[in-house]
Write a protein that binds this ligand. Structure first.
Ligand SMILES: [Zn+2]
Ligand SMILES: [Zn+2]
Length: 337
């Protein structure tokens, strides 16, 4: 089969690789029909992810059709159209039973990291019964592939960890794919304001189309003053960091209202400061997490094919445009296999 292989720092290549085989009774082999490139793959390329070594087939997101299953797989059969979770989980270990699937002792984020991933014609999915999801009829492929990682990360690590509630004021720092997913899924909780910050006006325009109540270009404007002005001088109840660099992590801390929650979503490749000298008495909370499950959004999408007021299809179309603008390469977020 053909596969995209991490060959060395800052280098990937399409290579011919052997088709994957069932190695454990709970494995399934999936023939990919659509996969994506994630910001995390870019971190691997930069050499930020020590667990991913050269020779690895990249990719942890995708949808496809089950081609074979191990003898203990009971929920899936060859021919089933499935969504692959970027997190493999056994559903039985201590962490899975506490709902912390990303810390599964024999799973977690392993696809395209410590085992071969989904940017290939076929992939071996461990713990298939608890790591695959049947795709509801009538849901678009381009929308569905966003549920492998991008939307659940925006929802779980951003919106739910940020404790967004009806009436909350929300700031999303970074309007890349996951930041936009946080913007869209936050709308399911009816916050009063969602302010999106980025340094790219095209991304901010997309954010307004997808429901941001205000946008701030933090390169052009005094972002802290502008957000305070938009929130009666208080700052935001939930501040979602969706970039992963020290400067944006610091900016998020300045946007917090008393009692606010800073929900970190960005993948940090270097240390970042937490200004406790300014924050210790503000009742704030900082949270970090890797996503666990796709199923909440799968249920939403199967009924409505949308989150909040905007359809995932619209996001997929918009996101392709943003990707092209940012990278200069077509197909940045979505690859047809
Ligand atoms: Zn991803
Ligand atoms: Zn487990």
């Amino acid at each position: 089969m053909k596969a995209l292989v991490y060959s060395a720092a800052n280098s990937v290549s399409i290579q011919q690789k052997p088709d994957p085989e069932i190695l454990s009774p709970s494995d399934a082999i999936v023939k990919l029909t659509k996969t994506t490139i994630c910001g995390t793959d870019l971190h691997i390329l930069k050499g930020d992810v020590a667990t991913c070594q050269p020779g690895r087939i990249l990719g942890h997101e995708g949808i496809g059709v089950v081609s074979s299953t191990g003898p203990s797989v009971s929920r899936f059969s060859p021919g089933d159209r499935v969504l692959i979770s970027c997190i493999s989980s056994c559903a039985a270990c201590e962490y899975c039973r506490r709902g912390m699937y990303s810390h599964c002792t024999t799973g977690g984020w392993i696809l395209g990291n410590s085992i071969d991933g989904t940017q290939a014609q076929y992939a071996r999915i461990p713990h298939a019964d608890s790591s695959l999801y049947k795709i509801p009829a009538g849901v678009d492929d381009a929308a569905m592939v966003m549920l492998s990682d991008i939307f659940p990360t925006g929802l779980e690590c951003g919106v739910q960890n940020g404790r967004v509630q009806p009436g909350s004021t929300v700031a999303v720092v970074g309007a890349g794919p996951v930041g936009l997913a946080a913007l869209m899924t936050a709308q399911m909780y009816s916050p009063s304001k969602i302010i999106v910050l980025d340094i790219d006006d095209k991304r901010l325009e997309t954010a307004r189309e997808l429901g941001a109540t205000a946008t701030v270009n933090n390169k052009a404007d005094d972002a802290v003053a502008r957000v305070k002005q938009l929130t009666d001088g208080k700052g935001c109840d939930a501040v979602i960091e969706a970039v992963g660099v020290p400067a944006t992590f610091a900016l998020c801390q300045e946007l917090l209202a008393p009692g606010g929650v800073l929900a970190n979503v960005g993948v940090h490749g270097s240390k970042a400061d937490l200004y406790l000298d300014r924050l210790w008495d503000k009742n704030i909370c900082e949270s970090g997490r890797v996503l666990g499950r796709c199923e909440n959004l799968l249920i939403v999408s199967s009924h409505h094919n949308k989150t909040g007021r905007h359809s995932i299809d619209a996001y997929a179309a918009e996101n392709g445009g943003v990707g092209e603008a940012q990278s200069g390469a077509a197909g940045y977020t979505s690859l047809q296999v």
